[in-house]
Design a binder for this molecule. Structure first.
Ligand code: RIB
Ligand code: CA
Length: 313
């Protein structure tokens, strides 16, 4: 298997943490070129802190972590401490990071890295608001055709919204950035709430994380356990959705997932539906098929994969 060169663009975030740990647990599959942080779940100073905490938890203080945009392109920042806690990484007690934050801005790192790599070798994995990606594309349009693909967590169709009645958080925080990304022409796979809401951390799945009986396993049990505090009150059901790791899991085992090529457009005008992902599911328009929209998953197969790989760390 050729190692996939990836940049994870992230706003940790407990579920981001599990996604990053999963990627770092699979060095045979991924060459993680860097983590680029963006403001989202919590402000930028905390997402850059949390990303480094996660790298050190994984035993990878060598991973380069970059600070990116601290607010959306043309809107005020909306955060989600009510879901993720004040730190954004509430749940386990983890030490403050010692590894450095890179001096280079995340957007410049994305541009420089894509330019330096052979065409079609870099995969972008955004799991937070898309501000960094959009700013990279807007400041350096030449890189758009060089990116291999984008695999992002965001959006919703029949799952509706989690931050407004119709909008998913990552898209809602920076709708104009999302519109830039989905219209860029880069091959795009979206993992929306439609699939992530089927990836629930049930009691048994959380117990399997804890049964790994390593610092990573225990931390993941506590990270995902914290998220549960919020979701049953909101969504009911048994456990919290494990959103962001679905991106890395799809890259590892696309056979666990089911999707459809569709057109996705982003609402950027109406405040009522701001950030809605408008999915032409039945192809009633002539809009281009710009996204592979994942809508189903073998949930137990997903959790078996995540648990087995995390046990490596
Ligand atoms: O809507 C879920 C997404 O918003 C996830 O990426 C979560 O980490 C938050 O960023
Ligand atoms: Ca996230």
């Amino acid at each position: 298997m050729t190692r996939r060169r990836i940049i994870i663009d992230t706003d940790p975030g407990q579920d981001d943490a599990v996604a990053i740990l999963l990627a770092l647990a699979c060095p045979e599959a991924f060459d993680v070129l860097g983590l680029t942080c963006v403001a989202g779940n919590v402000p930028l100073d905390l997402t850059t802190r949390n990303a480094r905490i996660i790298c050190e938890l994984a035993g990878r203080p060598d991973i380069r972590v970059f600070a990116g945009c601290d607010r959306p392109i043309d809107r005020d920042l909306v955060t989600a401490e009510h879901v993720h806690g004040h730190s954004g990484l509430d749940g386990p007690s983890l030490p403050e990071p010692e590894m450095p934050l890179q001096d280079q801005h995340a957007v410049d790192f994305i541009v420089e890295t894509v330019r330096a790599q052979p065409p079609g070798r870099v995969t972008l994995v955004p799991i937070g608001p898309l501000t960094n990606i959009a700013r990279a594309f807007n400041s350096a349009p030449d890189i758009i055709k060089k990116v291999k693909e984008i695999v992002l967590m965001g959006g919703a169709r029949s799952a509706l919204g989690n931050v407004t009645p119709v909008a998913e958080f990552n898209i809602h925080v920076d709708p104009r950035a999302a519109a830039c990304v989905v219209s860029s022409g880069v091959p795009l796979t979206m993992l929306p709430l439609d699939v992530t809401h089927k990836a629930l951390v049930t009691r048994a799945r959380n117990a399997a994380f804890r049964a790994i009986a390593t610092p990573v396993g225990c931390a993941v049990a506590e990270l995902t356990g914290f998220l549960e505090r919020y979701n049953p009150a909101r969504y009911g059901g048994d456990g919290a959705p494990l959103h962001d790791p679905c991106t890395i899991a799809w890259l590892l085992r696309p056979d666990l997932f089911t999707g459809r090529d569709v057109n996705v457009a982003i609402e950027v005008e109406s405040e009522l539906t701001m950030g809605m992902t408008v999915v032409d599911w039945w192809r009633v328009t002539q809009r281009p098929l710009n996204a592979h929209f994942i809508h189903d998953v073998d949930a137990q197969g997903l959790f078996d994969l995540v648990t087995e790989r995390l046990a490596r760390l």
